[in-house]
Design a binder for this molecule. Structure first.
Ligand code: BYC
Length: 379
């Protein structure tokens, strides 16, 4: 009998997750055909009552179709999506900070290039997601104000420090790994623009996760000092990664409604369990120990048993009292202020372009009138 090695199991789980992304991509392509025919009513159309609009919305959800930006949606659906997508976008852009800390200290040109690419990807993910929130009528400036004033959140793990180079690997292996597990089902989210953004994001996050694994692999196969660094970083990032999935189901305020609307497909606990089951063979392949004495295979359940993270700590960090909350928000505000001139220059450039485009037909019309007049004069 062939026994799967840790490395084979690691590759198999990555392939499985990317396979699910590919399936979601196919479902997205034919989502239109699953929706009952007929015009999609818009708000304000007298012909449709609110009850008809709601029935249409519910039919799209029930058929596992996609809601698109011009569709009528109940206000609670819209608000809940904006809340989640804004939190997601903020997590991407504030999440660049723990890693940029190490860009200037990467141990080789190759590692530096990889890390630069990863951090740039995260900026890109933030942009897709703010764009998705805008399709729901949100204003990007207002979302950023809400982040800077602490009215909107970003994920808790970002408020922990990256103390050594090994943290760059552990953060990517564990938190990008958790992000992929969490986001693969979001590729099947009922909101079309969010689902499409997630397909691309998941493919990139999968690369982030693999480069984290590769970085840690190098350290765990290096000197005893490097092995100790890798283990220490894994010890510190395990609980923040588990907490990324959110509170347990009975304490989750949004899950039930989000699942009914097919924004989310699984509970926070189901996804957390999936992550643990995927991580254990990967840890074995790396040669690191996961810091949980309760971690054990449970034959009856067909899953690993594990200890939950400290929920009080999660609540404290989300409320703003983690090790780096103040530093992260202050840095974000400063980056926003420092970038004001770039935004102004981009807006001025865009205005110039649209003014030129608007003036072009008039200028062309004047030119052709003049040439017609001169042609007449010659004749
Ligand atoms: N940290 O009812 P619940 C990345 C909040 S970045 C902070 O379960 P829901 C990366 C939750 O927002 C991309 N807050 O909520 C970047 C809610 O608060 P509000 C990461 C948390 O929405 C750089 C309240 O607690 N991916 O990967 O059903 C480098 C109640 O929770 C947390 C995403 O952002 C937390 N851990 O489920 C490396 C995924 N957990 O809004 C990597 C998108 C919960 O009522 N988001 N809260 O004030 C989601 O999938 C869902 O929103 C969550 C929570 C699973 C996070």
């Amino acid at each position: 009998m062939h026994i799967q090695t840790g490395r084979e199991a690691t590759r198999a789980s990555t392939d499985m997750l990317l396979g699910e992304v590919a399936q979601a991509e196919e479902l997205l392509a034919d989502a239109r055909s699953r929706v009952a025919p007929g015009p999609r009513p818009l708000p304000g159309e007298d012909a449709h009552t609110e009850a008809e609009l709601l029935a249409r919305f519910e039919a799209i959800i029930a058929a596992d179709g996609k809601i698109e930006p011009r569709d009528w949606v109940p206000e609670r659906y819209r608000a809940s999506l904006v809340r989640q997508i804004a939190q997601h976008a903020h997590s991407e852009i504030v999440g660049m900070q723990p890693e940029t800390n190490w860009l200037t200290r990467a141990p080789s040109l190759r590692r530096k290039a990889i890390l630069l690419a990863k951090v740039q990807d995260e900026a890109g993910h933030g942009l897709y997601l703010y764009g998705v929130a805008e399709t729901l009528g949100a204003d990007r400036e207002e979302l950023l104000d809400a982040l800077h004033q602490g009215r909107q959140k970003y994920l808790s793990f970002i408020n922990y420090p990256t103390l050594t180079w090994a943290d760059v690997g552990a953060l990517a292996w564990l938190t990008d790994g958790a992000a992929v597990v969490n986001q693969v089902p979001l590729c099947r989210s009922s909101y079309g623009p969010y689902a499409r953004a997630m397909v691309r994001v998941c493919k990139e996050e999968s690369f982030h996760h693999r480069q984290g694994f590769d970085l840690l692999w190098t350290l765990t196969h290096g000197s005893p000092e490097q092995q100790r660094m890798a283990q220490d970083a894994v010890n510190r990032w395990w609980d923040p990664a588990l907490a990324m999935f959110g509170p347990p189901h009975q304490r989750s305020t949004h899950s039930a409604k989000s699942m009914e609307w097919r924004i989310k497909r699984f509970t926070n606990d189901e996804l957390r369990q999936r992550f643990v089951d995927i991580c254990v063979p990967q840890a074995e392949a790396l040669g690191v120990t996961l810091p949980d004495s309760a971690l054990a295979w449970n034959t009856d359940r067909g899953h690993y048993d594990f200890s939950p993270p400290d929920w009080d700590e999660l609540a404290r960090v989300v409320a703003g009292d983690g090790p780096c909350n103040r530093q992260r928000v202050a840095h974000r505000r400063k980056a926003h202020e420092d970038g004001a001139w770039v935004r102004e220059a981009a807006m001025a450039h865009a205005r110039k372009h649209s003014d030129r485009a608007a003036a072009a037909p008039a200028a062309n019309a004047t030119a052709s009138a003049a040439s017609a007049a001169s042609a007449t004069a010659v004749a």
